[in-house]
Ligand binder design. Sequence first.
Ligand SMILES: *[C@@H]1O[C@H](CO)[C@@H](O)[C@H](O)[C@H]1NC(C)=O
Ligand SMILES: *[C@@H]1O[C@H](CO)[C@@H](O)[C@H](O)[C@H]1NC(C)=O
Ligand SMILES: *[C@@H]1O[C@H](CO)[C@@H](O)[C@H](O)[C@H]1NC(C)=O
Ligand SMILES: *[C@@H]1O[C@H](CO)[C@@H](O)[C@H](O)[C@H]1NC(C)=O
Length: 193
Amino acid sequence: MAKALLISPSYFIFFIFFVFSYATIPVFGEEYSYVKTVDFEKMNLPKEKVTHFQLYWQDIVSGSNATSVTVIQPVNNSLPFFGMVNIIDNSLTVGPNLSSKTVGKAQGLYASTGQKESSLLMVMNFAFTDGKYNGSTFTVVGRNNINAKVREMPIIGGSGLFRFARGYALASTYSSNDKGDVTIEYNCYVIHY
Ligand SMILES: *[C@@H]1O[C@H](CO)[C@@H](O)[C@H](O)[C@H]1NC(C)=O
Ligand SMILES: *[C@@H]1O[C@H](CO)[C@@H](O)[C@H](O)[C@H]1NC(C)=O
Ligand SMILES: *[C@@H]1O[C@H](CO)[C@@H](O)[C@H](O)[C@H]1NC(C)=O
Ligand SMILES: *[C@@H]1O[C@H](CO)[C@@H](O)[C@H](O)[C@H]1NC(C)=O
């Protein structure tokens, strides 16, 4: 009889845990008073759709109007230029010609993150300035294996018309010149409301 009343240490630890976790439930309720679940239906969002943007990304590194500037030099000044960081404010144009209509800017940076092969980390916002897209942005973050014919990068979010956006961008080189300027075709497939 007396033996049955003895509590084993593991049971005792479980009992203490149970008492404490039970006692903390109302405290959690108070702690997260700033959090509310939103009724998605009541947000009145239009139907989700997929939009394809065909844009030309103008990486101008030469001359007095360069839009892509190396702010950190590579650790070793030979390919694959590991450690190099460029800050960009590159024009996004509707045609491959730099003088075609600019509908936004690709603002952000790219960093050379491959020690053995040329591979870039891209972090940029496509910030639109044209028509209904003016002020809306979507964000491209990903690995850019510049030796591949087509490079795929995720689109991870956005603002304005691109709230809740997700998708992918396919980049392929359209042209380059001997000064290092390049024009890249970006085909972006964006799911948004
Ligand atoms: C830089 O831009 C200015 C203003 O648009 C222009 O007048 C000038 O010719 C450009 N310079 C170069 C090197 O393209
Ligand atoms: C720079 O890179 C080249 C090619 O990868 C290599 O041969 C050389 O040793 C490197 N130099 C330094 C200082 O790391
Ligand atoms: C780009 O446009 C300018 C002005 O319209 C034109 O002079 C130039 O020839 C065009 N370049 C190409 C490669 O089509
Ligand atoms: C885009 O929006 C900004 C800020 O609202 C405004 O100043 C600018 O004129 C607009 N641009 C176009 C092309 O509509």
